[in-house]
Design a protein around this ligand. Structure first.
Ligand code: BV8
Length: 233
């Protein structure tokens, strides 16, 4: 039977690669206020602070020590095996703005919260690869506007990307895996209910039970680098 698989990942899958999560005790939201660095209002109020927040995370992501971990590699292998078996549709939806899934070889990826290695021009809407620090002085290579570039990420109150494609995939899912996410942020936190409504088997692979744990038919708890390869093989 064709088996359409949708996978959702969150910060927990990148934690063992050395990237901070958000809501763990030592997480990002313990150090900076969401309102100041992850909202359009915060950016309008203090763009230098917000650029600094993302520049620091971008530099960390591009450092030599941050590489995909066995969980990222297991999902890339699973995608290839899925295609080779002609098993059905495969979609990897990530809330993460890092590029570790790409570096591990995953291809069918949706970055619903954007990507920190891209900038967007607020004047011409161009989306540009961006591996340097972003500043309020930066000039858009596409239109020449100075000071109009922002991180190409989705802040609270903004519309996540490719929601139609995600909802369509969830509507025909047979299997839904949720990996490394606390289930705190909507609309990602509602995906398990959409998958269940479509008749999918739902599995949570997480260090500990998430906020939405009771909604899943199955759960495996432990570090992603152990639990995901074991489940995916
Ligand atoms: C929207 C920016 C409309 C990029 C982020 C009141 C009630 C309910 C909802 C709302 C409300 N008021 C407003 C809302 C909506 C709001 C929302 O959900 N607010 C919540 C917080 C109250 N959402 C929005 O505004 C979204 N937009 O709703 O638009 C709409 C809706 C539908 C369709 C169209 C339009 C926009 C949300 C995007 C916000 N941007 N970040 C960035 O800087 O990264 S959110 C931020 O949280 C990140 O993107 C992150 O990806 C995301 C989710 O966090 P997690 O990935 O889950 O990370 P977390 O630290 O929380 O959890 C990590 C988990 O991993 C833990 O469970 C931990 O145990 C586990 N773990 C740790 N280590 C490991 C591990 N697991 C395995 N192995 C390990 N080693």
């Amino acid at each position: 039977m064709a088996r359409n698989l949708v996978i959702l990942t969150g910060a927990g899958i990148s934690q063992e690669s050395g990237l901070e999560t958000f809501r763990d005790a030592d997480g990002i939201w313990a150090k900076v206020r969401v309102e100041d660095v992850a909202t359009p209002e915060g950016f309008a109020r203090d763009p230098v602070l917000v650029h600094g927040f993302y520049n620091q995370r971008r530099r960390r992501l591009l450092s030599d020590t941050v590489v995909p971990n066995p969980a990222h590699h297991a999902l890339a292998r699973l995608e290839r095996a899925w295609a080779q078996a002609g098993a059905g549709a495969f979609l990897l939806v990530t809330q993460n703005i890092d590029d570790l899934h790409e570096r591990a070889g995953s291809e069918a990826i949706v970055h619903m919260h954007g990507e920190m290695l891209k900038a967007r021009c607020m004047a011409c809407e161009a989306v540009l690869p961006w591996h340097d620090d972003l500043t309020v002085e930066a000039i858009c290579p596409a239109c020449g506007e100075r000071g109009g570039l922002r991180p190409h990420v989705v802040w609270f109150g903004e519309m996540p990307f490719e929601m139609d494609r995600i909802f369509e995939a969830l509507g025909r899912a047979d299997l839904f895996l949720s990996i490394g996410t606390s289930g705190n942020v909507y609309p990602a936190s509602a995906f398990v209910e959409l998958a269940r409504a479509a008749g999918a088997h739902t599995v949570e692979l997480n260090l500990e039970p998430s906020q939405g744990a009771a909604l899943f038919a199955e759960a495996r708890h432990g570090p992603a680098s152990e639990v995901v390869p074991h489940y995916a093989e």
